[in-house]
Design a protein around this ligand. Structure first.
Ligand code: HEC
Ligand code: HEC
Length: 315
């Protein structure tokens, strides 16, 4: 009896403490809260290019971004410019020149770099991040840091960020929606029928996409096969691809449920694609490795298959 009373008193004390601390947090001055968690900055695409030389550099960056294979693709005449290993453009995934909300858009991107990167295990620059997409999504090689092409990419992204206040760490519409984890594995078999119904019209039954009329860039990019992103790319993570597909595909009418998006992402990410070497050295601190990374090593006893398809207990 006595110990019950003591426990009751203790509980009462804890509740009182929480009430006081809770009350304090709520009554903090508004500027404190603003400093602690900045509101998301609004998505705003600048209307006009800057004048003069800077404008030229921004326009060049825009072309490199939207029509990558024409300038940096595997079959351009100057061998030193062959940086992309496939014929995707940056905007194959960062739609509409990187201006689209919930589509890995890049408005505000220059405001949040350098930043810590778990995959690298240290802080990286925006140049490093761009080269991450060159080596994985584009299945190619890094751009030299001091060349005109890298400068043009940076200028283009700085221009996309024109209207975003410096210090903004997060944008409304940044990335893609983080879908809630399913309580089952994402099922490639079910995904195949979703794909047949909703995706073949543009990406083809064989997943290889369709080139534009000039035959140089894609009208509809491949989603697997030798000309697609490699197995070290973000899009090869089922949850990342599902969020992207949920918000953006089919491109003319995004209409899948979250479950369909997971299943079709599992289907796409089960197909053959180029392999990136040295993936085992990603995430030097394995505790920071996302559960849904499709390649090991892992810091736990779950199988590679469960890491890839779920169910995702750790999310
Ligand atoms: C196959 C799809 C794909 C292609 C093609 C692609 N990217 Fe990405 N990119 C991604 C994904 C996925 C992410 C986000 C990964 C994550 O953080 O989960 C990303 C992230 C980025 C980021 C960081 C975004 C942020 O909010 O932090 C930059 C910058 C970037 N890409 C630039 C490029 C450039 C430049 C190109 C062309 C050379 C390119 N990407 C091509 C898929 C792609
Ligand atoms: C009406 C044509 C169309 C349909 C249908 C369509 N897509 Fe796409 N898809 C595109 C285009 C165009 C892009 C390039 C990005 C953009 O402009 O939105 C793209 C890009 C992609 C990408 C990223 C780029 C790459 O090559 O990997 C993935 C993944 C993708 N689509 C998956 C799907 C899935 C899954 C479906 C079916 C649920 C689907 N798409 C249906 C047109 C389409």
């Amino acid at each position: 009896m006595k110990s019950d009373a003591r426990a009751g008193l203790l509980l009462g004390g804890v509740i009182l403490l929480f009430t006081i601390v809770g009350g304090y947090v709520v009554t903090l001055p508004w500027w404190w809260k603003a400093a602690a968690e900045p509101e998301d900055a609004e998505w705003s695409v600048p209307a006009k290019m800057p004048p003069g030389e800077q404008g030229e550099l921004v326009r060049y960056g825009q072309k490199l971004f939207n029509e990558t294979p024409l300038y940096l693709g595997p079959d351009v005449a100057d061998a030193s410019m062959r940086r992309a290993g496939n014929h995707l453009s940056c905007q194959s995934c960062h739609a509409s020149g990187g201006t689209q909300r919930n589509g890995f858009g890049l408005v505000g991107i220059t405001r949040r770099f350098p930043q810590f990167n778990a995959r690298a295990g240290h802080a990286i620059t925006l140049e490093d991040r761009i080269n991450g997409c060159f080596e994985r999504s584009m299945n190619g090689k890094a751009l030299p840091g001091n060349g005109r092409e890298m400068k043009a990419y940076l200028a283009y992204m700085e221009w996309l960020s024109t209207d975003v206040p410096s210090g903004t760490k997060h944008m409304e519409g940044q990335g893609v929606p983080k879908l809630a984890a399913l309580d089952r594995w994402a099922d490639p078999g079910v995904g195949e029928s979703v794909y047949k119904q909703s995706c073949t019209k543009c990406h083809g039954a064989n997943g290889l996409g369709q080139k534009a009329q000039d035959g140089k860039a894609y009208k509809y990019p491949p989603v697997w096969g030798p000309d697609s992103f490699n197995d070290g790319a973000g899009m090869d993570r089922v949850r990342t691809a599902a969020g992207y597909i949920y918000a953006n595909m089919p491109n003319d009418n995004p209409s899948l449920t979250a479950e369909q998006a997971y299943d079709v992402a599992a289907y796409i990410d089960s197909q053959d694609r180029p392999h990136k070497d040295r993936l085992a050295s990603d995430y030097p601190n394995l505790k920071l490795k996302p559960f849904d990374s499709p390649y090991g090593p892992y810091p736990d006893g779950y199988s590679e298959e469960q890491h890839k398809y779920g169910p995702f207990p750790a999310l």
